[in-house]
Design a protein around this ligand. Sequence first.
Ligand code: FE2
Ligand code: FE2
Length: 252
Amino acid sequence: MMKLHPDLNTDPQTMQLYNKGIAGQWQPATVIDWNAPSGLDGIEARALGRLITPVYLGEQVAMSGVATVLPQYLQEGEAPEELYLSTMGLDEARHFEALNRLYRTMKVDPIPMHRFPEMFQFHHRLLEVQDKSEWLYGILICDILAKQFYGWIAKSLDGHPAGDLAAHILVDEGRHQAFSVHTLGKAIEKKGDELTPRMLAMRDDLLDMMKKMYVRMKDDVETLGIDPDAFFGTIEDDLERKNKRIGIVKAA
Ligand SMILES: [Fe+2]
Ligand SMILES: [Fe+2]
């Protein structure tokens, strides 16, 4: 039940992430030099704009998901989670707004929704989930994909708007992953038998859809010189490590 005056010391780790979330706020309009050159030629810029598309939609899906699960924590009187998720909602809003600004600055477009059914299916899988732990696990997988992707942009376009933006977003995504791993660990301890098969089904579906999205963007991936095997291999290894930390034992 919702609590009027909850004890906020029930989960110090989540409160620490909440406080880091407050301290780590930043404003895309002022921290990025939007007038700096993009560091890309016209063809590469177009490819980057197309490649960012699933992550761009993902920021909006994450924002909407926070709004779905936050009331569940509120109803269960889990105040630290509720506070933390409020900062995460603002993070995702900022990422979305920053990418919107990046598209306009670079004068490129995302892939239109109707030309990218695989992306719609990927995000629909997340949007249809109502249970907070299942959603959090799906968002963790998206965050791992985002980390890999933003990590590549931050490294390759350091000193340019996209690279600097990615470096800022990466710090926020690190907090999101830490929260998901911690909170899912608690959920698995309580309801592991019930949650594990649903999470593994989510993992299999999302990884499969991620690879289908890649097929759609293969030419853009090649234009930007990304090695897809190394890219997906790192995502799967990272997820495997996190599954172990969470306690999803049938992850192999
Ligand atoms: Fe994000
Ligand atoms: Fe995130």
